[in-house]
Design a protein around this ligand. Sequence first.
Ligand code: SAH
Ligand code: MG
Length: 932
Amino acid sequence: METGKVPAVAAKKSSLTPKAIIHQKFGDKACYKVEEVQEDTKNRCPGLAIPPKGPCLYRCTLQLPELVVISDTFKRKKDAEQSAAEKALEKLCIHQKEYNPTVEEAWDDLSVRLSYLFATEFLSSLHPLSGHLRASLQREGHLSGCVPISVIATYDAKISTICKYIIPEADSNFLLLMSLVLKAASKLDNLVISVDEQLSLQRRNPILPEVIHALVNQPRFSESLSIEVIRIPCSVEKTVESLVLNISPNGYYVDVIAQELGMTEASKVFITRTIGKASSDMRLYYNAPECLLMDQLSEPLVNLASHDKGSLNVRASYLSGQEVYGDAILAAIGYSWKSTDLFHEDVSLRTYYRLLVNMIPSGVYKLSREAILAAELPVAFTTKSNWRGSFPRDILCTFCRVHRLSEPVFESSMDLSGSRKKLKVESVKKDTNGASIASACGKSTGSVGDFKCEIKIFSKCQELILRYSPKESYKKQTDAMQHSALKVLSWLNIFLEKPDMSLEKLSYSAEKLGIQFSHDIFLKEFVLCQSVHKFGSTRLQSSKPIDYCCINQPNNPLDDNGSSICGENSGVTPSNGSLACVSYSISLVTEEEFLKELIESNEEFEFEMGSEAVMSRLEAVVTQMSVGQSAFFKMELPPQEFILAAVGDSAATLSLLSSRRCILEYAVTLLQVTEPLEERMEQALFSPSLSKQRVEFAVQHIRESCAASLVDFGCGSGSLLDSLLDYSTSLEKIAGVDISQKGLAKAAKTLHPKLNRKLCAEVPSKEIKSVLLYKGSVTIFDSRLYGFDIGTCLEVIEHMEEEDASLFGDVVLSSFCPRILIVSTPNYEYNAILQKSTSSGQEDDPDEKNQPKFRNHDHKFEWTRAQFNHWASDLAARHNYDVEYSGVGGVADVEPGFASQIAIFRRRDSGLKNVVLEHHYESIWEWSSDNM
Ligand code: SAH
Ligand code: MG
């Protein structure tokens, strides 16, 4: 297994990693090379004939100007790199200095730090705390020069680092931290004095007036500042409201906050860590707990955990992850490392509600999509390309961060057991009974290189809260990670959206998903959710639809969902797996009168159908729409938190909400539908992909027949023509026809450089001499494509109406007369297998299975083997061709046959007839090797 220890430093986030130190010293001159190393024999399974391919391990070679080091082997590339860097540091005798003082040393350091903070030089530095010191000089009377201890303990990170070494608990106990500062200050009698009863520190010798003058002469700001802040009352019964702080040019902002909190001045204002984005310096301010006495502070070892819990402000505590007592004020204001000016930002109610919404997994997703009332955390991670918004992994990291948990641990592993079970998808001819149908779906059997990702979540003090070990494995490591992360998120979401659910229910839901969790630790970490999140009983998704008559379009009847769809049916409708692009607006309307306020809108919003990526009602409505149509429907109100997190003007909304009974009105227009990727199935479930297998099938026939010319009917964007260029064949002339201008343009764009490159490479002998692309319908004859050696028509007929498919058959065999014609189309009977393996566990809806489901919404039909045989044999007979049947994907003799069924027509007579020149196609693009 792993031979090297994971570099010790990598685990410690706070200090620099070995790689970072190497980078500081050597910059670009440090060169890392990572190589894969194979497991050696000790891991072989006895009795297994094929040597197992072990999990990939990595070794890193680090080259420095005068030194080369090689790491041990690791499962992760980055661990190998860190290990190499660590070894290099050892060799170079560069030791990373770690701060690890004894208790006495820490006390000394604390005193030294405090004297530094109160030194005159510190006043002019750009340290977040120095702004407070400057501001304190402008405080009036006896407060002049007084700095609250809480401010010192909050804004100087060094202090808290040092205090951790005196008493580790000081890290999480703010009072303890303050008491240590106070005690250290008392030893600095000659320098700093503590101001009685005020929990402040002050220099013993006042700063010289001229120094003050110089500092104060630079006005910090000339006019009063008005800053919007939020008051979070202690009692959950009282509503959170916004208010404005007015700070005069020479006022101290913490004094102003203190007054809002009912105090005269700043010394008893406590401040939490930052909340939300680190850049905004948003913090909660609250009063020191009343029971706090000076003598409690002066004796640091007192048990301080015995606060009056009754005054705990649960909302504020939940947001900050710290215990907050009494009323609290949420404000984004403070001094920064960048300038001496006071930084400040308004904090609106919307900001507050967004912080709250950001604490639940679906909320993180909604925010990342800027669609709080429309988006939902999807239930399935289908493909990376269809996912919109933050990825599950990132959402999980955000979730852990806002809940002050440790970073989640992702552990990827390769599925070794799969190597024995692995059944390769065999090519068409090997249709022995050895391969089963399941083998066509590589995914269900597992194969070498399959990845699984285990996730563990720990509390801040490293207690294991939750563990998820997936059963499913995936082809790609990142997919495995995203799938696992989504599983964990969906379970966390169940709890956070309904935190009052019973423990039995919670355990049951975890069991169902394969999640193990430690009840006690989990509930301890999330104890405050219950009092804060009221989303609970009224989940947004389950908001009830309301019957509603579309006023502006009285002729549009309501559908059975009570929504009204307006506009002509364009026929282009989204199906599961496709991407729907909509514009929408959601307004708050009063029930009886027509007061309306827009609360959320999006000009272009794309989501994957069938993965519950939007509110279920919205998806249900869009399912019934076609491109260009609009729909209107009304919904009961979701929890207020969501509305206020979405809305721009909370005041207007609140007044509307409080004065009248309101509902939400949704207006949606379907702008565009992107096909569900048929190729996605083809690629994910077959190896090589189904389209590659079709190309190989064609190549085989081209070679066997020594064909010199080929026409691809319905060439689309030229995937067949393009792939053919990668093989050596007898072809000299190739042509493609399609009705889609867009497809043809794309084809020309990819073929052109490839052909030129091939030409330059001077590949000898038979090479393609000309390529033609035509625009037109394959149901119409064009004499320029008459009598080609081989014609292909892959996965095209099902895109036409059945009459046109028949017409195409007649036209191609009677007029184009290729020597050989290859036609492929989906085998409808195979769909059951495709659907089973693509929707693994995500739908057990029995109704779904009874509906005919095509692989692609543009398909007009999909035939069973009998239907296809009937069409082809009838056609062959009428036009003097022989026909035989084959296919790709799956096996001929095993039910339900091939995934793509193929008919090969061969002309019986060899002579060609005279043709009348008929040019019905538009020539789009021509390439000839002569002109190059
Ligand atoms: N043969 C390609 C494309 C298949 S998609 C491949 O295997 O990748 C089906 C294609 O048929 C589309 O490009 C569509 O534009 C084309 N098509 C549908 N009806 C057609 C018609 N009547 N004439 C020509 N092309 C048609
Ligand atoms: Mg098709």
